[in-house]
Design a protein around this ligand. Structure first.
Ligand SMILES: C[S@@+](CC[C@H](N)C(=O)[O-])C[C@H]1O[C@@H](n2cnc3c(N)ncnc32)[C@H](O)[C@@H]1O
Length: 266
């Protein structure tokens, strides 16, 4: 735990708000990750911390045999409904990324989009990814960077809720150095690409109220703050979004950096 309040370790963060309304902003990131991992038909793919299934669905669109695991059952129900609506045969199940039920080497590829980076015990989560992938298989991760827009937003929220002003621990996965420490000794290749995601919203206030309502870490932060402290957080968040806004027309267009990494298990 780093005091930012993101890692509760019991699913409460992600059962708060309505994560599906946030995840539906970025299915493209899961699609890009599946392309980077070169997922092929018939491969056994595990999407760790799948949420509402963004990356699992992307893998299934490539005719892989896909399992998605997450510890919040409500999100998996949403994921299952999405798969059914698209006619995609994905198997979703509840489980903890720190201790998965799968046998060693049972997948060709493990993927995770802004998922495994939130698991509290990072060494254990990395060990589990390495364990369930076969030798020569791939681990493909998309992780918010500490100095990108979302990483800084998490840091700002932590400063308001706990006084912790350092980078939020989950964003460690968004740096090549940290990934090298977590996975490096056990992989034969690690290819990292810094990518940019553009948040588009009708305006700064709309961005903050949307994230407050639906993004669990922010929903919980507001619940923990007094009304006046919550107003202070809102003022800072609106200012922060406005400072990073690049839209020419009064709407919001904010770039946020994330690290796309593909490792090959030795
Ligand atoms: C930001 S969401 C990302 C969801 C999804 N991968 C996506 O691309 O939209 C983070 C997800 O990690 C899941 N998660 C966090 N810690 C977990 C753990 N220890 N075991 C399983 N799932 C976990 C949460 O329940 C949540 O669905």
């Amino acid at each position: 735990m780093d005091g930012t309040g993101v890692d509760t370790g019991d699913g409460a963060t992600w059962a708060s708000g309505d994560y599906g309304r946030v995840g539906n902003l970025w299915p493209l990131i899961g699609e890009l990750l599946c392309e980077a991992a070169a997922i092929r038909p018939g491969e056994r793919v595990l999407d760790v911390a799948t949420g509402t299934g963004n990356t699992a669905l992307a893998a299934a669109r490539r005719f892989a045999t896909v399992t998605g695991v997450d510890y919040v059952p409500e999100l998996l129900e949403h994921a299952t409904a999405r798969a059914a609506a698209e006619g995609l045969p994905v198997s979703f199940e509840t489980g903890d990324a720190e201790r998965m039920r799968f046998a060693d080497a049972s997948f060709d590829v493990a993927v995770s989009t802004f998922g495994v980076q939130y698991v509290p015990d990072q060494d254990r989560a990395a060990a589990e990814l390495l364990r369930v992938v076969r030798p020569g298989g791939r681990i493909a991760l998309a992780s918010w960077s500490p100095d990108g827009f979302l990483g800084e937003l998490l840091r700002l929220v932590g400063a308001h809720t706990s006084g912790h002003t350092g980078p939020a621990a989950p964003t460690g996965w968004g740096t090549e150095d940290h990934l090298e420490k977590l996975l490096g000794p056990h992989v034969s290749a690690l290819t990292c690409t810094e990518r940019r995601w553009l948040f588009r919203f009708p305006g700064p206030d709309a961005f903050v109220s949307y994230f407050r309502a639906y993004f669990g870490p922010l929903t919980l932060a507001y619940e923990a703050l007094s009304p006046s402290a919550g107003d202070g957080l809102t003022t800072d968040l609106v200012r922060y979004v406005t400072e990073h806004d690049q839209a020419p027309d009064g709407t919001v267009e904010v770039p946020s950096t994330y690290l796309q990494a593909v490792a090959v298990k030795a």
